[in-house]
Structures are given as C-alpha cells and as structure tokens.
Ligand binder design. Structure first.
Ligand code: SAM
Length: 242
C-alpha cells in the first residue's frame, strides 16, 4: 500500500494532508509552526539516547524503551499501528524496520520527523513505503476511529496536560481487541528523578508531574481495570487491551 492509499484508509473525513518533503506529510494548517521539539531535536537525540542520562535521572535504560516498543510491534502479526508522538524514532526505528507492519508515525515537530526519516534511511537504506511520517497534533487527532490494531505512545504523556481527555481518544483509534502501549515519567519518591521532574516542570518542559499511583488510577478510570502497569525507576509502562 502506498502512502496515499494508507492515508485514505485512516484519515477522518474532510482532513487535508499536504506532502511537505520526501516521505513527510502534514495534517497541520499551512502556517509557520515552531514546536518545542523543533529547537531541541538534536539535543534530545544526543542526551536521551545515552545510558547514563536514563540511568541517573530516571532509573531506566534506553533498552527498556526499545523492548517496550518491540512488545508493541510483535503484539499483532500484521495489523496497522500508530505511533503517537513518534519523535525522532530514537528507540523505535530499528524495531519498525525489522517488522513488516504498516506504521503511521506522527509528531508535531517537523525537526523530529526529519530526524526519524534520516534514522530510517541510515539504518534501512530508505523509508519503507509501509512507514508513513506525518506532522500532526495529538490535541486534534485526524484519524477515523477503529483503524489501528496497536497504538504506541512513548514518553509523551508527561508533556501533556489533558491526559484524561487524550487517553480515551487514543484508545478510540483502536479496533476492538486492539492494544494500547503507553509510557510516561511519573514521580514516585525516587529522589533524583522526582527533583529533575520538578525542574523540568518549573522550566515549562513538562506538565505538573503525576505520581505513579495517579497515572495508574487515571488509566484504570479511562480504560478499565484491564490495564497492565509496571514501573521502572521514574518510568511507568502501561498496556491495555481495548
Ligand atoms: C520526549 S519526546 C518522545 C519521542 C519518542 N516517542 C521517544 O520515545 O523518543 C516527546 C515527543 O512528543 C511530541 N509532542 C509533544 N506534544 C505533541 C502534540 N501535541 N502533538 C504531537 N506531538 C507532540 C514532541 O514533539 C516530541 O517529539
């Protein structure tokens, strides 16, 4: 399936998509956009890719995110998946390239999408037709309901104030029996991580930190009791069948 066929099948009626550059499309209005991550795309990749940063600040490892993404990808043999807030595909590019699934990966930051494209080309030689990079806003989802078998939203919720409204909208994108995979930083009494989360909140990078219990309750209230939830350091990993 080529890119326009893929989009035709998943986009909500009336939604207009523009081709921005090779392999990158946009669902945003044709106006100058500068998003937070446009300025820090390179810094994100060089810092957040490191074992030291993740170990020290969050008590995790980059391998945890890669493993979680792989879990999402192998959760269905062939169905279409969506990566909400895909960023530069720091932890997912390799996993997507190794699978045969159709992936619609969206993010509002064009610079992050360009880095995702460069990573796919570097690792795989090209952007496969089955992977589509889309500039789009989580606050204004452009997809029809029930079009995806798997949704991955990794490391985004701690930047999103309206999580209680967003989570049911994300789960609405899934087919019956589809799987939702979410991660988020939370406060949980781990001194360094909690302090760093507070600093990132005060500087406007993150929204008010949610506690691990608060996020779990939020997920269970919106998705039901069938949420599988675990924490490693300051990172919550949640999976739910919808
Ligand atoms: C911390 S990065 C995580 C990126 C990637 N999922 C990862 O794990 O490396 C957060 C991403 O969410 C994106 N983002 C934040 N708010 C968004 C919104 N309203 N719509 C779409 N993307 C958004 C940012 O541009 C950024 O790329």
């Amino acid at each position: 399936m080529n890119h326009s066929e893929q989009l035709k099948d998943v986009l909500a009626e009336g939604c207009i998509i523009r081709r921005l550059e090779d392999d990158i499309y946009s669902a945003l209005p044709d106006l100058p956009h500068k998003h937070l991550y446009d300025r820090r795309a390179a810094a994100y990749d060089s810092v957040v890719s490191t074992w030291l940063y993740n170990r020290l600040m969050w008590g995790t490892s980059p391998l945890d995110y890669v493993a979680f993404a792989r879990e999402a990808v192998v959760s269905h043999p062939a169905g279409r998946m969506v990566d909400a807030g895909c960023g530069s595909m720091l932890f997912t590019a390799q996993v997507y390239l190794a699978s045969h699934r159709q992936v619609i990966a969206f993010d509002q930051s064009l610079q992050m999408l360009k880095r995702a494209r460069a990573r796919l080309i570097r690792l795989g030689g090209s952007v496969p037709e089955r992977i589509l990079l889309l500039q789009a806003d989580l606050s204004n989802l452009v997809f029809r309901p029930g079009r995806f078998d798997t949704l991955l939203c990794m490391n985004v919720l701690h930047q999103f104030a309206g999580a209680a409204e967003l989570i049911p909208k994300l789960s609405g994108l899934l087919v019956d029996g589809g799987q939702l995979y979410l991660t988020s930083l939370v406060s949980n009494g781990r001194y360094i991580g909690d302090r760093w989360l507070g600093t990132l909140y005060r500087t406007g990078e993150f929204v008010r930190p949610r506690s691990g219990v608060e996020l779990r309750n939020l997920l269970e209230d919106t998705l039901g009791e069938e949420v599988s939830y675990r924490m490693k350091g300051n990172m919550a990993f949640a999976t739910a069948g919808c």
